[in-house]
Ligand binder design. Structure first.
Ligand SMILES: *Cc1c(COP(=O)(O)O)cnc(C)c1O
Length: 454
């Protein structure tokens, strides 16, 4: 099939989406092959319900910055201390991103150069730990992240992991158990934060436990940083030693990460690499990112971070963050009312973890595929104490950040919850999936997103 044929089959309305698509006119003219794929992806994003909780739809303004001419500059180093000439404007835009991040979160020091969340976590460990030091984080199959000490990850190869869990009957982290384990294992770094935990993190308690056992406290707020920015989840600032967030999840920015830390090193036990003089924590973090692990920063992405952080400073972002949580709560309530089991029986944040074991073990993939056939995009996920394997998990993870960005509210969530429940209960019913898919399309038409240029 040629690009043109594909284009003709596409349901994207040339009129409705024209203002947004205008920005890609040069791709359309000069590379129709890429343009046809872009159109197909626009159609997918516009007419399916994006419910993967780690994803979001960025504004056309953030998108414009990410596609800007800041891409063209090499800028190894930091503002005022670059290894290349010609960085006067790069310095301005990077400094602006840093200042805005400080304002959004109340951080003392910010590094905006990490290329993504996993790379940022590597930089944090590299800055603050010696190889072989103990990291204590939430187990992957309990909702933690690979970089929190999972055995296939660098974080368990270069460091010694000890992992905490959630309680089997409640799905919650038991802070007394965390304290006990920390006292026994004496980690150098106590990591809080998760990818699939639907409840509130008590960052203060994590920090207090870290202080008691002589560990650094680290909060990985990748999933919930937008909620924190909008006041919809308690903040790990100002007490946590180091905070990492990806920029592309609830914070609704371009892909990347922020490392935010205290100026002062509370423990100062790691051996600084090349030079022996004492460094502040802020200096250690900066040096770990560059020259420790990375070369030239992606300044177009940093410009996009500046724009996204500017959006997060607007009063409307508070309303957005609160609405994400309100939507997730209504969705959770609807699913439970329809007899669907949720880990921890609900949610306090943007995400929901469905436990499919009442239908049988290992049905996460089947459920996710059935939902995609109905235009609802979620991901399979392990549930705590999953009776099946990580490759064939028994859960589904879904959330409300993208739908809330599109402007959907409680009423739509109720509708969507009912559709999801009906499909999970009858995953092989092709007629049902087609009916729901048609209704999803109509709902999406009521909440178009990439129709405007600004
Ligand atoms: C997403 C995520 C990361 C990793 O981010 P990438 O950009 O995918 O590397 C790290 N930690 C947590 C808690 C996350 O949710």
């Amino acid at each position: 099939m040629t690009g043109q044929e594909k284009q003709q089959r596409n349901a994207i309305s040339p009129v409705l989406h024209a203002p947004f698509l205008k920005r890609f006119a040069s791709i359309q003219k000069n590379d129709p092959e890429v343009y046809s794929i872009l159109l197909a992806e626009l159609e997918r994003q516009e007419y399916t319900l994006g419910m993967i909780p780690s994803e979001n739809y960025i504004s056309p303004t953030v998108l414009a910055a990410a596609g800007s001419l800041f891409n063209n500059k090499y800028a190894e180093g930091y503002s005022g201390k670059r290894y290349y000439q010609g960085n006067v404007n790069i310095d301005s835009v990077e400094t602006l991103a840093i200042e805005r991040a400080k304002k959004v979160f109340g951080a003392e020091h910010v590094n905006v150069q990490a290329l993504s969340g996993s790379a940022a976590n590597m930089a944090i460990y590299f800055a603050m730990l010696n190889p072989g030091d103990t990291i204590m984080g939430l187990r992957l199959d309990m909702g933690g992240h690979l970089t929190h000490g999972h055995n296939v990850n660098f974080s368990a190869k270069f460091y010694k992991p000890t992992q905490y869990t959630v309680e089997k009957d409640t799905g919650l982290i038991n802070m007394d158990a965390v304290r006990e384990q920390a006292q026994k294992e004496r980690p150098k770094m106590l990591v809080s934060g998760a990818t699939a935990y639907p409840r509130i993190f008590n960052f203060k308690k994590f920090h207090d436990i870290a202080s008691e056992v002589g560990a650094y406290s680290m909060a990985d707020i990748s999933h919930i940083s937008g909620l924190i920015a909008g006041g919809a989840h308690p903040s790990p600032f100002p007490f946590t030693d180091v905070v990492m967030t990806t920029t592309h999840k609830t914070l609704r920015g371009s892909r990347g990460a922020l490392i935010m830390c205290k100026e002062k090193d509370r423990l100062d036990t790691a051996t600084p690499s090349a030079d022996s003089k004492k460094l502040s924590l802020a200096q250690k973090v900066d040096r770990a990112v560059f020259p420790g692990l990375q070369g030239g920063p992606h300044e177009h992405i940093i410009a996009a971070h500046a724009v996204a952080l500017g959006e997060a400073l607007q009063p409307s972002f508070k309303i957005y963050a609160q609405q994400i949580v309100k939507n997730a709560k209504v969705l959770a309530r609807t699913l439970m009312d329809q007899g669907i089991k949720l880990v921890s029986d609900g949610t306090d944040n943007h995400l929901i973890l469905i436990d499919l074991t009442p239908f049988g073990a290992g049905l996460g993939m089947q459920g996710a595929v059935a939902l995609e056939q109905a235009g609802i995009v979620v991901n399979k996920n392990t549930i705590p104490y999953d009776p099946s394997t990580p490759f064939k998990p028994s859960g589904i993870r879904l959330g409300t950040p993208c739908l809330t960005t599109r402007g959907m509210k409680e009423e739509a969530m109720k509708q969507i919850g009912e559709w999801i429940a009906s499909i999970l209960k009858d995953a092989k019913n092709e007629q049902l999936k087609q009916t729901v898919k048609a209704k999803v399309h109509v709902l999406c038409e009521q909440f178009p997103f990439y129709t405007h240029a600004e």
